[in-house]
Design a protein around this ligand. Structure first.
Ligand code: NAD
Ligand code: DAU
Length: 336
């Protein structure tokens, strides 16, 4: 089978590409990525010479590039990770989120329909459901209520994907996962940002009261769930994916500081993210019961592995934070 992975140079995409090459040596993986600020070829250095792996630099918003690539490699299935993925950036500048996440997904769906792709997995997010109160969890039937430009753009993409299934019979499956953590996550996101700052004894900017809750899943478990959805997922269905692992931000940060032996005095409460969703929690019983997936990495082990990876790969994140990231950091945190 030939699998087109879009956004394979990002955090989850690069973990997925490696997982698939390791698990299915007979399959061909084509990684189609624009190499935005978040895409990094270094993430795939160890497999770039694998004869079953191909990289194509391309933009999902460019119909010709998409079509050429799908045809050239006789693509069977598509897994669409390509997106602008950071909520804070969507608040600073929503336009590229609308372009990539909505228009880009629309182009992929249209070309997939014309060419007759056998399965199209849209990688979505639990953020499409909005924010929870103290109780309950998101199920696949929770009403969609996205609150940020990022989540609104991902919700739009989901609706387009479902419309292509309903109207044209395109074999679409949607996965909606909670917060991922693990190796190769760009250091704008909570955990790697806090690790990098703590390492340099810089303040750790905690938004609001630090009591917002996220449900954390180790990235490899997400990759396994996507693979299951790709192979076994029923067309037209949505599958929630989560780790049943809720943490208030401040508690996760304190745990991290304890593990790396840094003082809590580094914590700095800063102005809240506008529209900040209070709590996410995923009910993943559908994928567990119907497709037999469940998380395999405990938070204790996953966090330890993640911290170890960032400490052993200091050059990787230092190269990132020494570039354009500096201006982004100043813009986002400068007057908080
Ligand atoms: P990321 O920002 O690390 O990577 C995104 C990748 O997409 C990059 O390699 C980038 O170059 C590429 N890309 C961006 N625009 C593109 C375009 N126009 N054409 C081709 N490639 C383009 O993102 P991530 O955290 O790995 O997230 C991947 C997907 O998973 C996203 O769709 C995101 O919404 C979803 N998701 C992420 C999480 C999470 O916790 N990170 C959780 C649930 C769902
Ligand atoms: O839930 C899935 C989503 O998780 C994905 O769809 C997104 O692509 C991914 O970025 C992530 O979104 P979040 O907004 O939850 O992740 P982030 O790492 O940006 O923030 C996690 C929490 O930490 C959130 O409550 C905001 C808070 N935070 C974040 C940063 C960057 C801080 O308190 N300080 C910070 O500096």
């Amino acid at each position: 089978m030939t699998i087109l992975v879009t956004g394979g140079c990002g955090f989850i995409g690069s973990n997925f590409v490696k997982y698939m090459l390791e698990t299915y040596p007979e399959d061909i993986i084509v990684n189609f990525d624009k190499l935005t600020y978040a895409g990094n070829l270094e993430n795939l250095q160890d497999i770039e010479k694998n004869p079953k792996y191909h990289f194509v630099k391309g933009d999902i918003c460019n119909r010709l590039e998409v079509e050429d690539c799908i045809k050239k490699f006789n693509t069977d299935v598509i897994v669409n990770f390509a997106a602008e993925s950071h909520v804070d950036r969507s608040i600073l500048g929503p336009a590229v989120f609308i372009e990539t996440n909505i228009a880009g997904t629309g182009i992929l769906l249209q070309v997939a329909k014309e060419i007759g792709i056998k399965k199209f997995v849209q990688i979505s997010t639990d953020e499409v459901y909005g924010s929870l109160g103290n109780d309950g969890k998101f199920t696949e039937t929770t009403p969609l209520h996205p609150n940020s430009p990022y989540s609104a753009s991902k919700t739009s993409a989901d609706l387009l994907a479902l419309a292509y299934e309903h109207t044209f019979g395109l074999p679409v499956v949607i996965t909606r996962c909670s917060n991922n953590y693990g190796p190769y996550q760009f250091p704008e996101k909570l955990l790697p940002l806090m690790i990098a700052n703590a390492f340099d004894n810089k303040p750790l900017p905690v938004y609001g009261d630090g009591m917002n809750i996220r449900d954390w899943l180790y990235v490899k478990d997400h990759c396994i769930a996507i693979d299951v959805a790709l192979r076994e997922g029923k067309v037209g269905e949505v599958y929630n994916i989560g780790g049943n692992n809720e943490w208030a931000n401040i508690n996760i940060i304190k745990l991290l500081l304890k593990i790396i032996n840094k003082p809590e005095s580094l914590i700095k409460y800063v102005k809240d993210r506008p529209g900040h969703d209070r709590r996410y929690a995923i009910d993943a019983s559908k994928i567990e019961k119907e497709l037999g997936w469940k998380p395999s990495v405990t938070f204790e082990i996953g966090l330890e592995k993640t911290i170890k990876w960032y400490l052993e790969n200091e050059n990787w994140w230092r190269r990132i934070i020494s570039g354009e990231y500096q201006q982004y950091y100043q813009k986002l945190y400068g007057n908080r």
